[in-house]
Design a protein. Sequence first.
Length: 387
Amino acid sequence: DTLETFAENPQLIARFQDDVVLLRTLPGLTERVKVMRDESSVTGEPQSPPSTQHSVLRQAQDPEPCRGALSTQHFSSLTLADRPRFERAFASVETPLAAYAFASHFVWRALFPYSWAELDGHLSLFAEYADGVYMPLPPLPLPTGARQDASPWPMTPRPSPAALAACFAFMRARNGGSAVSRIENVPDELQAPLQALGYRVVPKDSDYLYRSRDLATLAGDRYKSQRAACNRFERDSRYRCEPYQDAHREASLALFEEWAAQKEAEGLDAGARHMVKDSASAHREALTHHRALGLAGRVVWVDGAVRAYTFGYERSPSVFCILLEVADRRIPGLAQFLFRESCREAAGRGFEFINTMDDSGLPGLAQSKRAYRPVRMLPNYIATSLS
């Protein structure tokens, strides 16, 4: 097992070189190595440097906006009460990237403790994991009332050079110069401006964008297999589909465990297996706090039991994002039916596009997403400092 090999031989994992760009975190591996290190400390074996898994950002109940530099006293932990603050900042960002939504970050708080601060008129979000602190989004200029242009994808407001410099200075101080200091989910329209400021900008996994009417109707030969799967489910199953309610929570949590076991039995590789394990806390957050997060959820009952659920959210007036989906893998056509019904509902609410996020570098997931014929692969980047 790859995970155990690295966990039992931590010397195989070296410190980041200065020219490394981190494309994907591995929280399962990080936690396993941390456990092995903690166990070794009990037996008197050599220890690695202290982990930053526990919060290194001092929390403040009412942080004061700061100018020119960030310090720990300016930070507050991300809570549900912060959603309006972030939604106001996101309102001026018209990129269709799924990461520009409060829920898409908050559900992962068990794995990545989040903290935020205001700096020179920017809302800055930071996330922590065992290797250090990074920014899952560029600094977000706070709304000024200025109207954005009316193009199909209006320009994302550019963070100021001063705010970017201050955020990178803070990350470098916290991370000891490690290359984990970075800004993720940089949209295409900010690539050139950040490069012009001297930052290194490299691609990461793209989001998949579809026309909602295509996925709602599944018309034509290109959707023949998906349409047949839906027809088979409807023909062979006694089902009903309804909005998610709190009363569905326990049955949905139990379904997630069944679904995870089904995925495990299919022989997932180590990376995919740990992604499934790590996602458990995100599903629990969505199932528990769906209303406070502004999520739209649906469940599908089959033979009197909850056998599928899904959640999504509005990214913009034209883009609806699918956050997560779970469907009993023993029921033919259920997954395709669930996805089609989600897209039908989004189309009925007036959303022109569906964003299903990225494929996490998983070949099987990428193949499945490509089969639905995206109209656009949304470029997404990671920015690092060259200094």
